[in-house]
Each structure stands twice: as structure tokens, then as C-alpha cells.
Design a protein around this ligand. Structure first.
Ligand code: BG6
Length: 490
């Protein structure tokens, strides 16, 4: 579907996200000829500078994030031609005429305000856009995380933004939903009959969802120290993945049909009490170690770190969903920085066979296991038992593999490219609704309270490992192992 002409206003236009992700993603879509010829990007920042000076910064900072193979100097020049820079103090209505002056007024033009700013500015920006007459019924607003730091602040954001924009105009980004692999999970579940009958407590023993990162906090210490892994990754990305794994089939892929089902999952997550929290949630913080062969310092020794920090860089949770489909099935969620590998995957483990008809005992059969790999490669792995060739009936685990890059040789779209296109097409399915956001915070809030008020420290783990030993014990209590622990040594 061709996009209609637009003005995209990027608050935080000179910031890290704009330079690393948003401008390169828009360039990629321009290169793919998705952007209408007259579409414009208005980058808004606090610093006084001309558009020419801003473009120098874009060349220096955003351009290196475009893969060399995709770079074309003439195209880049025409992309840069779309950009206008406006210096403005987001808090101060008196500075908004500078923005009004450059925006087009044509009826029918799509107007998008992308707020890649700290959330403390959301309310003022929305009010000022309304007061300046820039926000109207046709405008859209895109909100970047962090969308709050607890339930109260998330509600406040919803309220403030909701005073200016209707829910149907608000795009809350969770970039994980824009990943190809996540959408493939929808295709796997609802485009095939094979798994759906088995996708329930009768046949599934447990589900593991892992987002492991080798990187540390980089230059984001200021943000991360006040956030931690629970707020930064679990409340949003991991819970969104869990929703897609666990939701009932939506009626259609229309926004509310999908979001209604995700909301039901969030609402049926079993609430933690103080006792169950201590048993089911592990938080860790990395100490010095080696990642990819190179030494890395402890989190508390990173540049600008608080040497007594209690911020968690790792979290593992054993969650349960109280529904007919999932009652009693543990969902293990974990994420961490400075882990042994860079990987995001969902592991669905099926129950063991009930009885062995072969000479081998039931216990020697590896239960079937479906691995949905989201990163770094996208693919599916299905473990089955097969007979080894030759005399006798000896069975052994084998793997069916599907590599999506091999299967589809077409160019990939980065999550932000996909989500920006959806904003411009006014397609809300992959964006969180206000009630989803609040339900996710509601569930994690007891964990935050517990950590804040109880005298408990994060458990240290060595950088470059798979996290604290307590996380192995968490899953081990159910007689299970994290996938990498269960794999044979190579
Ligand atoms: C962001 C977090 O939302 O997701 C970062 O703030 C994290 O801390 C990033 O590194 C991970 O995203 P991806 O797409 O690289 O897995």
C-alpha cells in the first residue's frame, strides 16, 4: 500500500535513538521507494543549530549505522534533503512557532509526532502541540519507551497523552513486536494446524523465553541505573513475547482483536505475593569477567556507575498463567546484560512420551522441543526422536531446522523500519494499547516493591556467564534445565 504524503516530526531528533535507529530506518525505506517524493522529516532538538549543521551531525552519527552495501551517495543526499532541523524547548510553548512555521498545512497530509524523548517531556509536548494548534484529529503520536517506571507513572503518561490524542492516534512502541521472528511466531501458530492442538497444558511441559545480550550498558548508565533489567526488558519485550506465545487465537489481525487477546494473557498472569516472589524471581548483577574473550569490568565499575549500585542487570522469573489452556505450565522468562551469548529465543518443551514400546526406557527419550529463534538468526528448530540406521531399534534425538534467511532470500526489514511504516500506514496491531501497558506494570509492580523495600541485593554473576546459579536452581526445582544447560557439550 503506497504511503500518503507526510510530515514526520521527530522530537529528540538529535538523540541516540534517532541517529542509531530512526534515521537509518527511514533512509532504508526511502531507498526501497516507500516514501512519497514530498514526504518530510522535521527533526526537533534543544540545541540551536541550522539544518546544514544538523545534517553534518547526521552524516557523522547516523550514516555509520547504514550498512555499506545499502549506501548510495545520491540517495543519501536526496534523503537528507527531506530533513529540516528546528531548535525548540519542548517545555516552552513560546518556542513552538518555530515548528509551526515549517509544518505544512495541507488537508489530507499525515502528521506524525514521534516522541523519542525522556517520558517526563511527553505531557508538555502533547499539551504544547495542542495549544500551538499543531495536533489535530488526523495527527498521530508515537511514544518511545520507557513508558513509565511503575504503574502510577505509566497511568500518568496514558492520561496526559490521552488528553490530547485519542487512543486510536497513539502508537506505543515495543520494537520487539517489529521483529520478523516475532511475526513469524504469529504465522507459525495461526497459519498452521500442526501446533495449535498441542499448544496447551496437556502437551506442553514448559516454555522458556530468553533475551540474552553480550553488551553492557554502554553510554546509557544514566538511564539504566534507574531502570534495571526488569523495567528495561522484562516489563515490555519479554511480556510481549509471552503474550504472543500464550494468547488465544484472535478473531482477525486487526489491532483490537490482537490486543484484546494479549490483554487477557497479562490479566491472567498469576500475581506474586511476598512468599512466592522470593521463590520465583531472581535478580542478578554482573561482576568482572570475559565476554567474547575480552575482559570486562563489573557493572559497579563501569564508567559513571554507582559503586554501591543495587540495580539488576539480570532477571529471571518463573511465571504462571491462570487459564484453562495454561494452568500449571511454568513460563520461565530471563534476560541479562554481559551474558555468554547474544541471543533471543523461545523454547517450547513438550511432555515426555507416556510409555515406551521400545527396549529403551521412557526416560531415555528426549521430549520434543520447538525452538523459535528470533536473534541473531531467525529460524525454527524442532527436536524429534528418530531411529539410528542399522540393526535394532535404537532411537536418538534429531533436529529439523528451518532457517528463514535461507528460505526467504528477500532483503530483511529492521524492526524500526517495519514499525515506522505501520505508523505511517496507521496500522496499530503491533503497538501496545494503554490497558496492556498498565496490565504489564500491574504485574511487575510487586516485584519492584519487594526489591525496593526488602533488604535484598542482586546476586552477583560473572560477566560472560549465563547468569547466577540461583537461576539454574529456579528451573531445577521443577526438574528442568535452561536450554543451554541441557544441550550436549560440543
Ligand atoms: C532496548 C533496551 O529496549 O532493547 C536495551 O533498552 C536493549 O537495553 C535493547 O539492549 C535490545 O534490543 P535488541 O533489538 O538489540 O535485542
Amino acid at each position: 500500500m503506497a504511503l500518503s504524503d507526510f510530515d514526520l516530526v521527530l522530537f529528540g531528533g538529535g538523540g541516540d535513538l534517532a541517529m542509531r535507529k530512526l534515521l537509518p530506518a527511514l533512509y532504508a525505506r526511502d531507498r526501497a521507494k516507500d516514501l512519497p517524493a514530498s514526504a518530510r522529516l522535521i527533526c526537533v532538538g534543544r540545541h540551536e543549530s541550522s539544518t546544514a549543521q544538523f545534517l553534518d551531525a547526521v552524516n557523522e552519527t547516523a550514516r555509520p549505522h547504514i550498512p555499506e552495501a545499502n549506501f548510495d551517495a545520491a540517495l543519501w543526499a536526496s534523503f537528507c534533503n527531506r530533513i529540516t532541523y528546528v531548535a525548540l524547548d519542548a517545555d516552552d510553548l513560546a518556542t513552538y512557532p518555530a515548528l509551526t512555521a515549517v509544518m505544512r498545512r495541507d488537508p489530507g497530509l499525515t502528521r506524525v509526532f514521534y516522541l523519542a524523548t525522556p517520558p517526563g517531556l511527553f505531557a508538555h509536548i502533547c499539551q504544547n502541540l495542542a495549544a500551538a494548534g499543531l495536533a489535530n484529529d488526523q495527527s498521530r503520536v508515537v511514544l518511545e519507551k520507557p513508558l513509565g517506571r511503575d504503574l502510577a507513572s505509566a497511568k500518568q503518561i496514558n492520561k496526559d497523552v490521552g488528553e490530547v490524542f485519542a487512543e486510536s492516534q497513539i502508537f506505543r512502541i515495543d520494537h520487539y513486536l517489529g521483529k520478523e521472528g516475532v511475526q513469524n511466531l504469529l504465522a507459525l501458530r495461526f497459519g498452521n494446524v500442526l501446533f495449535e492442538p498441542l499448544w496447551r497444558r496437556e502437551w506442553i511441559s514448559d516454555v522458556q523465553i530468553t533475551i540474552a545480550e553480550e553488551i553492557g550498558v554502554g553510554n546509557r548508565m544514566g538511564y539504566y541505573e534507574n531502570s534495571g533489567a526488569l523495567r528495561d526488558m522484562l516489563q515490555n519485550h519479554l511480556l510481549q513475547l509471552l503474550c504472543i506465545v500464550a494468547m488465544e487465537p484472535p478473531l482477525t489481525v486487526t489491532p483490537d482483536a490482537v490486543r484484546d487477546e494479549k490483554l487477557k494473557v497479562l490479566k491472567s498472569l498469576k500475581r506474586f505475593t511476598h512468599t512466592t516472589l522470593a521463590q520465583n524471581v531472581i535478580r542478578g548483577q554482573y561482576r568482572a569477567g570475559h565476554v567474547g574473550g575480552a575482559p570486562v569490568p563489573a557493572y559497579r565499575k563501569e564508567p559513571d556507575a554507582n559503586p554501591a549500585s543495587r540495580t539488576e542487570t539480570y532477571v529471571a522469573v518463573r511465571a504462571e498463567i491462570d487459564t484453562w489452556r495454561w494452568a500449571g505450565v511454568p513460563f520461565y522468562l530471563r534476560t541479562g546484560k554481559r551474558m555468554a551469548d547474544q541471543l533471543a529465543e523461545i523454547v517450547v518443551r513438550f511432555k515426555p512420551i507416556p510409555h515406551s514400546i521400545f527396549a529403551q526406557p521412557t526416560g531415555s527419550f528426549q521430549p520434543n522441543c520447538l525452538v523459535i529463534r528470533l536473534q541473531p538468526d531467525e529460524g525454527l528448530h524442532l527436536n524429534l526422536m528418530a531411529k539410528t540406521p542399522g540393526d535394532g531399534m535404537r532411537l536418538k534425538p534429531v533436529e529439523l531446522e528451518l532457517d528463514f534467511r535461507e528460505t526467504f532470500k528477500t532483503p530483511r526489514m529492521d524492526a524500526y523500519e517495519r514499525l515506522l511504516l505501520d505508523v505511517l500506514r496507521n496500522q496499530l496491531t503491533l503497538f501496545m494499547r494503554s490497558d496492556e501497558l498498565e496490565a504489564a506494570w500491574e504485574w511487575v509492580e510487586p516485584i519492584l516493591d519487594f526489591w525496593e523495600h526488602e533488604d535484598n541485593e542482586p546476586i552477583p554473576y560473572t560477566a560472560g556467564s549465563w547468569g547466577p546459579a540461583a537461576a539454574s536452581a529456579l528451573i531445577g526445582r521443577d526438574g528442568l534445565q535452561w536450554r543451554e544447560e541441557a544441550l550436549p557439550e560440543v
